[in-house]
Ligand binder design. Structure first.
Ligand SMILES: [Zn+2]
Length: 65
């Protein structure tokens, strides 16, 4: 059960609602980072957690949440 590699995910920007493709590093269990939206350029807070079987949970929130 090793799926610990880069995974493509798409999320919706919490500001403008556009869908954005992000690349998740499945080898890191917990990640929090900020990346600007490719469409509206506002900073999105990404919160990533990787489960024991490599399943990726991704949350994207606005900076004010
Ligand atoms: Zn946006």
């Amino acid at each position: 059960m090793t799926m610990r590699e880069l995974q493509d995910r798409s999320i919706h920007c919490p500001y403008c609602g556009e869908s954005i493709d992000v690349l998740i590093d499945g080898s890191v269990a917990e990640q929090d980072y900020i990346e600007d939206c490719q469409v509206c350029c506002r900073p999105i807070n990404f919160s990533v957690s990787v489960g024991p079987e490599g399943e990726v949970r991704l949350r994207a929130t606005s900076e004010t949440e």
